[in-house]
Design a protein around this ligand. Structure first.
Ligand code: UTP
Length: 290
């Protein structure tokens, strides 16, 4: 029996410099994809995977994220009074029960590994999910995180979602070296963060969804700097791989890197095209535009 995955960590303390000036006061995780902030899409993915506790690692000026998940009593009342039932439902669906939400502060953005380390006390001694909020995944069936949890039920250990990219782009990502199986799940032999061009062991990238064992925190305690002078989660996972198994899952779905301008625009278009009430009009307009 594997220990259930009950908690998820959302690191939202980055500076979002690629989106300045939009992110001067507005956290990039609050930028909108169709009609929900990016972070809401990711929280919904976790909810659908059965996550019960939501841990946000925030930075200074990220209070608006905290506000977003709270009940807005006055606004609810206004919608009730004016009979706006659908709007009220959408508002209420965005809320998280206060006892399920935890916040912790990463005062300085020293890297993703450091952001995860900041959640160590809230996670405690149990395996947890890690979702990078600037990556959105569109799946036709189960959410990406739900797919990982299903695999974890069989394998235990650590499980990470991977996907293929063109060989010339591997230097931008964390890359896995795998023992390729006949299924979509492969045992990981090694990992490398941002390998120099032409040296990547595969073209499978670590795309932003992880299930990790709590021993990762002991490794992150060392606060070792890696690529770009940042404390990297991939470096800590490489150390953990010495004592624990890691499974790579080629999940069903398509990811969008909302931290990049093109990825963000594509996410908006693709998520809008998936909506019955927007698809036809948008398709027509896009055809004209292109
Ligand atoms: P990114 O490196 O994509 O985010 O981190 P960033 O640094 O905000 O982006 P740019 O390059 O300046 O535009 C991936 C996720 O990890 C979080 C970010 O908020 C983002 O959601 N993160 C990153 C932290 O919480 N703390 C960090 O120290 C670094």
């Amino acid at each position: 029996m594997t220990t259930p995955i009950r908690k998820a960590v959302f690191p939202v303390a980055g500076l979002g410099t690629r989106f300045l000036p939009a992110t001067k006061v507005m956290p990039k995780e609050m930028l909108t994809v169709v009609d929900k902030p990016v972070i809401q899409h990711v929280v919904d993915e976790a909810r659908l995977a059965g996550i019960e506790e939501f841990i946000f690692v925030t930075g200074p000026n990220k209070g608006v994220i905290e506000d977003h998940f709270k009940q807005q009593i006055h606004l609810e009342q206004v919608l009730k009074d004016s009979g706006k039932e659908n709007e009220l439902k959408a508002l209420q669906a965005s809320q998280l029960a206060p006892e399920c939400v935890k916040f912790t502060l990463q005062e300085t953005p020293l890297g993703l590994g450091h952001a995860v380390w900041c959640a160590r006390e809230l996670v405690g001694d149990e395996p947890f999910a890690l979702l990078l909020p600037d990556v959105l995944v569109q799946s036709t069936g189960k959410t990406c995180l739900a797919q990982l949890i299903e695999v974890y039920g069989d394998t235990g250990g650590n499980v990470i979602a991977v996907e293929e990219v063109a060989a010339e782009n591997t230097h931008q990502y964390g890359i896995v070296d795998i023992e390729r199986s006949k299924t979509d799940n492969h045992l990981i032999r090694g990992m490398v963060e941002k390998p120099s061009q032409g040296t990547a062991p595969s073209n499978l990238i670590i795309m932003g969804r992880y299930l990790l064992q709590p021993e990762i925190f002991k490794i992150l305690d060392a606060k070792e700097r890696g690529a770009g002078g940042e404390i990297q989660i991939t470096d800590a996972m490489i150390r953990l791989l010495e004592s624990q198994p890691f499974t790579a899952v080629e999940y069903e779905g398509r990811s969008f890197d909302c931290g990049s301008k093109v990825g963000y625009q594509l996410a908006n278009t693709s998520f809008a095209l998936a909506r019955n009430n927007l698809r036809d009009e948008l398709r027509e307009e896009l055809r004209k535009l292109l």
